[in-house]
Structure formats: structure tokens, C-alpha cells
Design a binder for this molecule. Structure first.
Ligand SMILES: [Ca+2]
Ligand SMILES: [Ca+2]
Length: 412
């Protein structure tokens, strides 16, 4: 009969667990921290039972004398192998996004089992929080564990009264944004087709939904302003977490000067409505960025801090208030998502009449709409945009109706 080796925590995960007492905020050298560290290291290093540990007295510890006798060790670890118990974790799902802390871990195990949950933040120095509960008569359990922003690995261990164990692991993302949400607009699914006819390139590098905006948010985060764009798919592409996407945010600030209604590059084949004339442009992509003012020879305003998360599907970018100003009611934001192409002079992926391996199609093969006859070098490079109430994307982006002029959304 085949037997599988038990899953064991990695060295860094175990080190994180053992460091919890010293990192718990009580001060690493306080009596309680030293005591708890001694307890956990003794449990881990010797494998003694909790009851044995509780029964230890100071006189039992003696350099040169074993706490656990070899005979007992042989009985426990060589002759008697550790048993297995059951554990089924129903929530959270693996590789899922959570919206806050704490996270509730639910599942079933054998009645009376103790369930331990260790949440290790792999983005933040393996900071670990612990929670525990005892499964009820039905075997069901529910336990809350605190997490912090970023990616956390949950190690869930069930231990039976006789010491049998089972282990499960979940990776979750809490895409936490510090600050005050000042704009939150949603965009429909399935309108990642520009004026209604655009087709994705045919290479399987381009995942369905990669150019579909679902949500756009702006946060006031103290000295910074944070923008977030959620896409329907944010699978890493060409080796970058946002390798497929090119996002432009044209920022209209009432009263600012100079302003422009031009697109980031003329080759994008659209302009911005005068009511949304911009004084700041933030352009982000997986392989570069552009953050400029509207002078005829643009000045670069600083660095855009960009990140992307395939689980939460948010592209997050941050600039300083010192460079942007403080967003306020009346500010307008024109948001455009299209394909990135580092080989293109305007950094945006090109179009052909019908989709090619690495080029968008204006229309599917055999398309008969008027736009299908338009020169693909003149169509707007905008696969999805966020339109204000009352404006239809299919109308706004249709070059057969006249020059393409984009309107933004306004901070209320
Ligand atoms: Ca959309
Ligand atoms: Ca849209």
C-alpha cells in the first residue's frame, strides 16, 4: 500500500511561526515573550506532548540530561507512527481575493479535533498570525484569522486528541489600499471590443478579458494618490504581471494650465473632450510608464509606482500629491485601456482589418459594419473606456460617426 510523506512547513514558514511570541508587540525580551518562545521551541524541537510540557518543572531541566528519554522517543516516533485525520477546508478558496481582515476559515474535520491556522504574509517579511479552534460534534469548524494587506499563505492543521494530523494550504490576496476612496466607478463586462467590433489578437498570449475594464477607483492616501483599474483577466503576459495592458488616465483639474486635449500619442487616433482637457497624463504598462504635464514639450512629473495582482485583478498605480495635486470634486478622469506593444512607436498594439496573431482586428472576418471598411491605421486605439452616464461606448469610439472624442468621469 502506498504511503505519502506528510506535508511539512518550509523552513521560513516554521521560523515565522516560532518568531510569533517575539514579534507579538510585547517586546522581544519580555518574560512572556521569552516564556512563549521557550514553549514553542521545546514543542517543536522535542515533539513532547502538551501535557508533558505542562508537567515540566524547572528542576526537570538540566544541561546534560535528556528531557525526553530515548526509549520514549523510540516508542513515539519509530515504533508508533503518527496517524492521519481528515480535514476539508471549504473557505476561503485557494488563490482567491478577500476584501478584509479577519478571514473566516471554515471546513470540517473529525469532531473534537483542534484546528490551527497560521496566516503568513509572504509580501511582508513572513509576518504570521495564528488562530485556533476546536471542531464541534459535527466536525464543522469556523475560525477567524487576522491578515494584513498583500498575499497570505494559510497553513491549516487539524490535530486529533491522539496526535493524528491533517494539513491544508490556501493562498489568498487582500488587496488592501490605505486611504480614502474618493471615486469608484464600474464598467460593464464584455465591452472590450472598442466601438463594438474589435477583436483580440489571436495569439494565446492574449487572455479573454485582458482588455476588459471592470472597475476604476481613486484613493486619497495622504501624501499619495492611488489609482486602481480592475480587469476581467490579469494573467501575467510576456513575463510581466501586466504585460498585455496599456492604461492611460488623463487628469482634468479645473482651472489648471496648460491643458491639452491630445492623446498620449497622435497615433492613438482619438482626442479628449475640451471639458476633460488634461493637465496631467499617467500612462502605465508592464514594461514602462509615462507621467507628464501638458506643456508643448512635456515635463516628466516623477515616478509612477505600479503593481498588478493576478488574483485580485487590480492594476494599482500611485503618484505623489506633490506632483499631481489633491483630487477633489470636479476633477475629471478619462480612462482608456488598450494593448501594450513595446515595438510600436506609440507603445500601443496595432490594428488590422481582421485579427492577426499579435494585432487587434477592427472586425471579425466577414464583418459588414461600416467600420470594417475603415483604414485600421486610423481607428481609435482604445479597446475599453469608461464613459460617463448617457454616453455609449459604441458611439463614442466609432470613427465612422466623425472624429473620436473621449469623455471622462468626474469625482463627485
Ligand atoms: Ca468593461
Ligand atoms: Ca467600457
Amino acid at each position: 500500500m502506498r504511503r505519502r510523506l506528510p506535508q511539512v512547513p518550509r523552513q521560513d514558514q516554521m521560523a515565522a511561526v516560532l518568531s510569533v511570541p517575539r514579534d507579538s508587540g510585547r517586546g522581544p525580551e519580555t518574560e512572556l515573550a521569552l516564556r512563549d518562545t521557550a514553549i514553542m521551541e521545546l514543542l517543536y524541537a522535542t515533539g513532547i506532548r502538551v501535557s508533558e510540557l505542562c508537567g515540566l518543572d524547572i528542576d526537570d531541566l538540566d544541561e546534560g540530561r535528556n528531557v525526553v528519554l530515548p526509549k520514549a522517543t523510540y516508542q513515539r516516533y519509530v515504533k508508533h507512527t503518527q496517524g492521519a485525520t481528515t480535514l476539508a477546508v471549504t473557505s476561503p478558496a485557494d488563490n482567491s481575493s478577500v476584501s478584509g481582515s479577519p478571514v473566516t476559515v471554515t471546513g470540517t474535520t473529525a469532531p473534537g479535533n483542534t484546528v490551527y491556522v497560521a496566516a503568513t504574509n509572504t509580501d511582508a517579511n513572513s509576518a504570521t498570525t495564528l488562530a485556533t479552534t476546536i471542531a464541534g460534534a459535527s466536525g464543522a469548524f469556523s475560525v477567524d484569522v487576522a491578515i494584513t494587506g498583500g498575499t497570505s499563505v494559510l497553513n491549516i492543521v487539524a490535530v486529533s486528541p491522539s496526535g493524528a494530523t491533517a494539513h491544508a494550504q490556501r493562498t489568498i490576496v487582500f488587496d488592501f489600499v490605505p486611504g480614502q476612496l474618493i471615486l469608484d466607478v464600474s464598467d460593464p463586462d464584455g465591452d472590450d471590443n472598442g466601438p463594438g467590433t474589435y477583436q483580440y489578437p489571436t495569439s494565446d498570449n492574449f487572455h479573454a478579458g485582458a482588455f476588459d475594464i471592470e472597475r476604476f477607483q481613486v484613493y486619497d492616501a495622504g501624501s499619495d494618490v492611488i489609482f486602481r483599474l480592475k480587469t476581467r483577466d490579469l494573467t501575467p503576459t510576456f513575463g510581466s504581471p501586466l504585460g498585455a495592458q496599456l492604461v492611460d488616465v488623463y487628469v482634468h483639474v479645473p482651472g489648471a494650465a496648460p491643458t491639452s486635449t491630445a492623446a498620449s500619442f497622435a497615433g492613438r487616433n482619438y482626442t479628449i473632450a475640451p471639458a476633460f482637457a488634461w493637465s496631467r497624463l499617467i500612462e502605465v504598462q508592464g514594461f514602462g510608464q509615462r507621467y507628464i504635464d501638458a506643456n508643448s514639450t512635456p515635463n516628466t512629473l516623477g515616478v509612477v509606482n505600479i503593481s498588478a495582482n493576478a488574483v485580485s485583478r487590480f492594476i494599482t498605480f500611485r503618484v505623489s500629491k506633490a506632483s499631481l495635486g489633491t483630487p477633489a470634486p470636479g476633477w475629471g478622469l478619462t480612462v482608456v485601456l488598450t494593448g501594450q506593444d513595446g515595438f510600436s512607436s506609440d507603445q500601443a498594439r496595432g490594428f488590422q482589418p481582421t485579427p492577426q496573431e499579435f494585432q487587434f482586428g477592427v472586425c471579425a472576418p466577414g464583418g459588414t459594419a461600416p467600420i470594417c471598411a475603415v483604414d485600421p491605421n486610423t481607428v481609435p486605439k482604445a479597446v475599453d473606456v469608461i464613459t460617463p452616464p448617457g454616453v455609449a461606448q459604441s458611439t463614442e469610439l466609432d470613427p465612422t460617426l466623425g472624429p473620436v472624442v473621449l469623455q471622462g468621469v468626474t469625482i463627485p
